[in-house]
Ligand binder design. Structure first.
Ligand code: SF4
Ligand code: SF4
Length: 66
């Protein structure tokens, strides 16, 4: 199963992941920290992880070690 892990200690709630994600409304909710709502809509483009200024998003594909 696909997982997207956000290191909550490093997240500064800038909202860039949510801004850039093509399916943001279904996937991301950024309040005090960025949280994932539903990954069924994620097509693993990885741009959220690329734009995150603190490098706190980790995309773990099915079969990869966490
Ligand atoms: S881009 Fe990174 S630091 Fe900014 S809200 Fe998203 S997870 Fe947090
Ligand atoms: S990998 Fe792409 S579709 Fe999935 S959450 Fe990140 S930006 Fe959105």
């Amino acid at each position: 199963m696909l997982r997207i892990l956000v290191d909550e200690d490093k997240c500064i709630a800038c909202g860039k992941c949510e801004e850039i994600c093509p399916k943001a409304a279904k996937i991301w909710k950024v309040t005090d920290v960025a949280r994932i709502l539903d990954l069924r809509y994620c097509h693993v483009c990885t741009i959220c992880a690329m734009v995150c200024p603190t490098n706190c998003i980790r995309i773990v594909r099915p079969g990869e070690e966490v």
